[in-house]
Structures are given as C-alpha cells and as structure tokens.
Ligand binder design. Sequence first.
Ligand code: GLA
Length: 390
Amino acid sequence: MGAQQVRDVLGVRDGFAELYGAGPEGVWSAPGRVNLIGEHTDYNDGFVMPFALPHTTVAAVSRRTDGRLRLHSADVEGPAVELGLEGLAPGTDRTWTAYPAGVVWALREAGHPVTGADIHLASAVPAGAGLSSSAALEVVIALALDDLYELGLQRWQLARLCQRAENVYVGAPTGIMDQTASACCAEGHALFLDTRDLSQRQIPFDLAAEGLRLLVVDTRVQHAHSGGEYGRRRAGCEKGAALLGLDALRDVPQGGLDAALAELGDEEEVRRLVRHVVTEDARVERVVALLESGDTRAIGPVLTEGHASLRDDFRVSCPELDLVVDTALTAGALGARMTGGGFGGSAIVLAEAADTDTITKAVEAAFAAAGLTAPRVFEAVPGAGARRIG
Ligand code: GLA
C-alpha cells in the first residue's frame, strides 16, 4: 500500500469515528477513469476502452440494522445526511447524496437484504471534469455493501446496479462504461469492453516503458449529463437504429456504413450520429490491434480522428476542448481527443515523454491568451479498479 493510500485510509477512518462515535467495519476505494477511445458507443452496445485513474473515492462504511442510511462527505460542508431506506425514491434528491442513496435503493430493489449503513467518504476524483466522479462514488458504495452484506455479486453486476442508480434514481441517462471501468479496471492496463455483454479483455498499457506519456487536461468547463444534450444524442442514436431496423447501432455490419447512411436518406442529424458511432467502434478495434501488436505510437492519429468525429459529427466538443487538442497537436503531440461525454470536461493528449512539458506550457499559454481559466494538467498512469483497502 502506498503512502497516499495509507493516509487516505487513516483520514477516512478518523473522520468516520469522529462522526459516528466508533471506527468503520472497513474502507474501500474506487477510481475515476479516462476513456482512451470509444466515446458515445456504450449506449449503442458498442466498444469502449477506458482505464482507471490513480484518483479514487474512498469510503469508510459500517452496517446498520435499523433501516437508516447516514451519509457524509469530507468534501461537502455540513453534518451527515440521514435517510430512511423505506423512503428512498427515484427523482427525489438533487444533491450528491442521490448517488450513494441510489445505489442502496438499486441493491434493495434487486432484492438484496441491505438494512442500513453509516458512510463517510472522501474523493480525489475531480468533479464535473468528465472523469467519472459519479461512477467512483457509486461503485465504492456498491462494493462496500456487497462485501459487508456478503451479497456475492460479480463486478459487472455491481456496475449494472450502479448504472441503474444513475439512470433511474439520479435521472442521468448514461451508459455502462464508467461504472464498469471503475469496478473492473486493472493497474497498468486499459479495459477493452464490449458493452453489449460486458465481456472484457485487459490490454497492457504501459506508456512509460515506451518513453510515452498520456496527459489529462481538465478544461475546467463543467459538464452535466442530466442536461438535455447527452439525452438528445442518445435518442438520436436510438432513432437511427430503429430506422435501420437494428437493435442498436453496434449492429451496422462492418463495411456497411455507406449503405446505412444511404438508407437514412435526408435524416441529416441521425446520419451524422450514426457515422460517428460506427466509425468510433472501428477505431476502438484499431487501437486494440495496434496496442496488441506493440505499435503504441500509431494510436495517436486514431485518437485525433476520434476527436474530429466527436466535434464534427457527434457535436459534443466545445471550443475549450478543441483548443487543447489543436494546441497539443501543434506543439508535437502524437494524438489528442476529448474524453468522456463532452460539452466541457477533459481532453487526453498522447505524447513523447520528452515533449510533455512543451505541450503543457503551450496549452496553458493558449488558455491564458484566450482569457480562459487555467486548465488543470496531470499525467494519467493506469491505476487499479475498485477494492477494499482497509
Ligand atoms: C459519459 C457517460 C458514459 C458514456 C460517455 C461517452 O461518461 O457516463 O456512459 O456514454 O459519457 O462515451
């Protein structure tokens, strides 16, 4: 266990004891993620390739038997919030507590005998930055309760329950990528995930060994998925699949994009969405093939192509994300793209290790010149998935 993790465990244990009068039964952690490639494909039954960030949400948890749920976050001012399990109902909570409460609700709805909990959390996953702070929060609670109540659920089942919490309880129509990433990623690897059946393969992703680095640039433009744009894209994709007579856009056959676009006639918006999803699925498969053949540098242009597709066809980028990508490429990056849902949040930049300082400075200078809030830039090294740490 690293020094930071020891501090996390001790801090959250102390916080828990101060709040609730005794130490917790255990401490769990779950990471945020960045997505390497495969954006807006997960709700089309397609492919994604996220990896876990070293930034995690840590939760100290104990069971209760009286049907009460007490929630506290070190990152939010104020006392613990106390809720009755019987009163948990979708759409009733617009604050951060909807995420953990939603997980408890989803577990109980699925028939799992959860009778209450005391929870104290602390998170190092930047919120609203497109790095899946919500999924980290959901997954850490699901894993803790699965362990404590000995529910025996598989990781993919926890991810599905967390997605249900987010879709139904919180009301954000997201796919399954973020929760699965937080629950299933492995240190030093990217997760090649088929979101149709959640089958997965861990792909070794050790950039340092090849003299490369991957930067995350948080534009500081806040995004929110419960807002209408994400849902509109999703509905547009579903319309496309229905017009093509398919279950999901994943089912457009390889080589069948032109025929599908022709069939969509003058449905211009739907055609653009379909083109993104189909080409993006192919990009995930290209990146997997390149990584497995050891040709890591060659994934750069594929990432950049993915950005262009998200910007021009799917239309979920924003000027700040485009500025990061354009500036990084001009300053010598091998590839760059927005990551996550878009409309703000973060971009990723793949570069030779020796070039990352120049690129970081160029991006910071471009933001300053445009009068924007300074971006937050950090290196992302694939971390571990959710686990018990204390
Ligand atoms: C958000 C959602 C995911 C996924 C991405 C876009 O992160 O939570 O399910 O749809 O956007 O790839």
